[in-house]
Ligand binder design. Structure first.
Ligand code: SAM
Length: 217
């Protein structure tokens, strides 16, 4: 027996190569709106230059490919716990893969941010629910913020709860998605795109005034 407070066991294990490939094909058919999310991520990033980007749960590299083609990227770190997904991503990206650092790491481990560096943007698409319970969303976004430069941004997209949601413990209510960014310390939270019960939210890691600045008249 499990209660709503328990983590939801992994049912689709993306570390299995056949499962990873099946998910990609299934998702292409079931979620035809995904290209519009990829475009919305790029639109949110295009005003900035020399971007240092970290993607959480990067999977088959579709978002990385779009961002590398359409945005001014200096460095791109793709984090995923599945070596199979990284292999698929490298194939998908072709020559662009040489511009990506693939990191195999589990973002359910609290120490996942260790030694990753500092980023102008952290992006994540359809992956944050893989913490396996919505109560882990704020801690994930908080830890991510420790890696975001002042004035840098988080772009978070995932499904929200509807009456049809199969595993309600994984999906926050729509209103709780921007609240999660706020609780994790982001400011200027904006909705960038929404379709198919999925929303893309943007939050900024605010500039902190130094002690000297706050004492200035
Ligand atoms: C639903 S797929 C989405 C992939 C990609 N973001 C996209 O939308 O194309 C979820 C991804 O998260 C990865 N993932 C699942 N659990 C993870 C964890 N605990 N740590 C890091 N990555 C994880 C999976 O391997 C998979 O690539």
């Amino acid at each position: 027996m499990t209660s709503d407070d328990d983590d939801v066991p992994i049912r689709v294990d993306f570390r299995d190569p056949a499962t990873a490939r099946a998910w990609i094909e299934d998702t292409r058919i079931k979620r035809p709106y995904r290209p519009r999310f990829l475009a919305a991520f790029c639109a949110a990033l295009t005003s900035r230059s020399k971007l240092r980007i970290l993607e959480l749960g990067s999977g088959p590299g579709q978002l990385a490919g779009e961002i590398l083609v359409h945005c001014d990227v200096q460095t791109y770190v793709a984090l995923d716990f599945s070596p199979a997904m990284h292999q698929i991503a490298a194939q998908h990206l072709g020559e662009l893969a040489s511009r990506v650092t693939f990191v195999t790491r589990d973002f359910r481990e609290p120490a996942w941010p260790r030694d990753l560096g500092t980023f102008d943007a952290i992006v994540t698409l359809q992956a944050a629910h893989e913490t396996r319970h919505k109560r882990h969303l704020v801690p994930l976004l908080e830890r991510a913020r420790t890696l975001v430069a002042p004035g840098g941004m988080l772009l978070y997209a995932d499904h929200y709860l509807t009456p049809e949601t199969g595993l309600p413990a994984l999906a926050p209510a729509r209103a709780d998605q921007p609240l999660a960014l706020e609780r994790a310390g982001y400011v200027e939270i904006q909705l960038r795109y929404e379709e198919g019960c999925m929303a893309l939210w943007c939050g900024t890691n605010e500039f902190r005034r130094s002690a000297a600045q706050s004492k200035a008249p």
